[in-house]
Design a protein around this ligand. Structure first.
Ligand code: GLC
Length: 554
């Protein structure tokens, strides 16, 4: 498939398919496998190397598939295992690899194991596969400790028989006990099930959460956010013992032919802690959330890039870069606001103040060229290539993310970045569902998205789509791009300029002054028009410094 000598995952561009919202093949208003299959030619045309598909397993959908009831079945909403196999085969025919999501931290409360644990009662072996405990206080009416759910509220729910069970997310997502050998064996068997069906790897959900401190102590005191990065010994995040699990998973991946690989969703306190996931005998890659959380600021971005390359380089792993995903506010909207509060692992992003979407979009174009020029791999979240903004005004009655309810209606949750993709046409469903569909799209699409549809942008060479496609094309053709190193060049404050060999320079202007371009032989690609050889604020450019000429577009 890949012509590179290094394994494909060292510099792949992986397109994230949020299956509910990508393409609806059967007209029920929810995306599905048939929809993905119908759009493979588009993904090939766009030029991505792989797709990561959010959970497609059988699920009651309390957290849109992250509550899995059966890991060896596809949910009927999305299709069947046979269709998944067809998708994998057809994607491979298009030269596109397939990476499903695996969710090992928890199951659905409808999973056979949890149902058995409920039926068997306190003290039973069935309960040992999850985290059940008696409560505190005179009648055990207080939760066993003070842990909180990532979606708001306590991380414990009490059953009528008096015991409590742990759920770091929704109550419908009970946490598994990874000290239990059956849990370990079961997941290795699930990995083999899907590897045997041809998947090229897995994205590991909440990879940093599997191991809990055996005594389940209360949380450590909250740190003051003084901007310092230091690792805190936490009772359920990023515990060292988690790496034993991944060493075993690596051995499973290595049983199969081809380069199968893992990417960890691991939120770590420091780049060193993140690098621990991708040591040679562990996972292959991890998402770089520091890059995603960085504000549009040259100093911040440069330090994230330097730290990431240094720490990952030290363990021989490639970096990955990501700007958006299904859990965060889409980046044109993030970059279109003044940063009021720093966004860290402990303090989630909250939109504040007026939005300047034109500015945010200009920056998003520049950010795409920055990301795609950096050494390593990159993730593109569906719709990012169309420049979709966050939908901030979804009516309250359509909100579905459990965060909305669990936060007592104080946090609108993540639905605003999950609105179905506009493919074509002047009105909803914009080609997301087939003509004459029975169902409306599961979240309403804004009217303004008529201007952002894929078909419309395909015909406009100044569109975000045209920019992504040109950048992905050049990435494949240019020998300097992908895996490798970079060298920073001198530049005024607020401007990032780096060289990659052979003969490539990327410049990004995050300052408020125009920046005269450094020496070059040709302009390969710009995020906006270049006037008089200067790079305007919030623009980026790719330059050739030797005789490289791109192959003309087909
Ligand atoms: C991860 C997923 C998120 C999900 C959570 C619980 O953070 O990206 O969407 O809600 O895990 O599985």
């Amino acid at each position: 498939m890949s012509t590179h000598h290094a394994p494909w995952w060292r510099d792949a561009v992986i397109y994230q398919v949020y299956i509910r919202s990508f393409a609806d093949g059967n007209g029920d208003g929810v995306g599905d496998i048939a929809g993905i299959r119908s759009r493979l030619p588009y993904l090939k045309w766009l030029g991505v190397d792989a797709v990561w598909i959010n959970p497609w397993y059988r699920s009651p959908m309390a957290d849109h598939g992250y509550d899995v009831a059966d890991f060896r079945e596809i949910d009927p909403l999305f299709g069947t295992v046979a269709e998944a196999e067809q998708l994998i085969e057809e994607a491979h025919q298009h030269g596109i690899r397939v990476i499903p999501d695996i969710v090992p931290n928890h199951t659905s409360d409808r999973h056979a194991w949890f149902q058995a644990a409920l039926a068997a009662g306190p003290g039973s072996p069935e309960r040992e596969r999850y985290v059940f405990r008696p409560g505190r206080g005179p009648d055990g009416a207080e939760p066993p400790n003070d842990w909180v759910s990532a979606f708001g509220g306590p991380a414990w729910t009490r059953l009528p028989d008096g015991e409590w069970y742990l759920h770091l997310f929704a109550p419908e997502q009970p946490d598994l006990n990874w000290q239990h050998p059956q849990v370990r064996a079961e997941f290795e068997s699930i990995l083999r099930f899907w590897f045997a069906r041809g998947v090229d790897g897995f994205r590991i959900d909440v990879a940093h959460g599997l191991i809990k401190h055996p005594e389940l102590p209360d949380l450590p005191p909250r740190r003051a956010d003084d901007g310092r990065r230091e690792h805190v010994d936490h009772p359920h995040w990023d515990r060292d013992e988690v790496h034993d699990i991944y060493r075993a998973w690596r051995r499973v991946a290595d049983e199969f032919p081809g380069d199968r690989s893992f990417v960890a969703e691991a939120w770590a306190d420091t780049p060193e802690r993140l690098a621990a996931y991708v040591r040679r005998d562990g996972l292959h890659t991890a998402f770089n959330f520091d890059f995603l959380m960085s504000s549009w600021d040259a100093k911040d971005l440069r330090s994230v890039i330097d730290d990431s390359l240094a720490m990952l380089g030290a363990v021989g792993a490639p970096a990955t870069w990501v700007l958006s995903n299904h859990d965060v506010v889409r980046h044109p909207s993030r970059y279109g606001r003044k940063v009021v509060r720093r966004w860290t692992v402990n303090e989630p992003y909250r939109p504040e103040g007026p939005l300047d979407l034109e500015l945010g979009t200009r920056r998003a174009r520049a950010a795409a060229l920055l990301m795609l020029a950096l050494p390593g791999g990159a993730y593109v979240y569906q719709g990012e290539e169309l420049g979709l903004p966050e939908v901030e005004d979804l009516p309250e009655q359509v909100l579905q993310d459990p965060v909305w309810e669990r936060s007592g209606h104080t946090d609108r949750g993540r639905d605003g970045c999950r609105v179905p993709i506009p493919w074509s046409g002047r009105s909803a469903p914009y080609g997301f569902s087939p003509d004459g569909a029975r169902g409306e799209p599961w979240l309403p699409q804004p009217e303004a998205w008529a201007e952002l549809s894929m078909e419309k942008q395909k015909r406009d060479e100044r569109s975000m789509l045209a920019l992504y496609r040109a950048a992905l094309r050049l990435r494949h053709e240019h020998p300097a791009l992908g895996d490798g190193d970079l060298e920073w060049l001198d530049a005024p404050a607020g401007v990032l300029v780096f060289r990659r060999e052979p003969g490539f320079v990327c410049a990004v202007n995050l300052s408020t002054e125009p920046y005269p371009l450094p020496e070059h032989t040709s302009v390969l690609l710009g995020s906006g028009p270049l006037e008089d050889g200067v790079l305007a604020p919030d623009q980026a450019v790719w330059l050739a410094t030797d005789a490289f000429t791109p192959v003309p577009a087909a």
